[in-house]
Design a binder for this molecule. Structure first.
Ligand SMILES: [Zn+2]
Length: 190
């Protein structure tokens, strides 16, 4: 084996290695692009649209609570309002997509994830049913014989406080929705 043969063998090995690494890099890049595309679609086509619906629901509860009218939730839309897409991929992939270029973008993604999880656990119907439970318990104990609910509401400070509490909870959720929308806008901005 002469020197030329050794050099050629070595160069072939190096070129082969570079080729393999390039292919791996390219495959990985394509995979990350696919994950990023799916996430973008989920955020714009589902989450942002659901945010508008959710916000309107909280507004409806505020009105219903204020006017003592009934509130009913008929929407199925919240089934799609979730974090499944994040769980489907390895967190380190999201870090490669967002964190390496800009750590703040990755922090925004983490905040988006947290807010969606929180809102999902505190959907409008839950807030409203908590309110109804509190009011009913209170009325069971405090409604006088012959007194209508409407008459009682007009002069009871406790009922006012329960109502105010529900309204401020709705307002907080609406503020979180606004924050979520802002974060999504910032994440998707180039
Ligand atoms: Zn009362």
């Amino acid at each position: 084996m002469n020197l030329t043969t050794i050099i050629v063998a070595f160069l072939s090995f190096i070129l082969g290695l570079i080729g393999n690494l390039t292919i791996q890099w390219w495959v990985d890049r394509k995979r990350l692009k696919r994950i990023e595309g799916a996430l973008k679609l989920h955020l714009t086509d589902i989450i942002l649209k659901d945010c508008e619906v959710l916000r309107r629901e909280y507004e409806r509860i505020i009105v219903a609570v204020q006017q003592h009218t009934s509130y009913y939730l008929t929407l199925k839309v919240f089934e799609t309002f979730d974090n499944e897409i994040y769980k489907a991929n390895n967190p380190s992939d999201y870090y490669k997509i967002y964190g390496i270029k800009d750590a703040r973008k990755f922090e925004k993604l983490v905040s988006i994830y947290s807010i969606i999880s929180f809102l999902k656990e505190n959907l409008p119907h839950k807030i409203h049913s908590d309110y109804i439970t509190k009011i009913d318990l209170h009325l069971d104990k405090n409604l006088k014989d012959g007194e209508s609910r409407e008459e009682h509401f007009k002069k009871c400070n406790n009922c006012d406080a329960i109502r105010l509490d529900c309204k401020s909870t709705c307002q907080m959720r609406m503020n979180e929705i606004d924050e979520l929308k802002k974060l999504i806008g910032e994440l998707l901005m180039n």
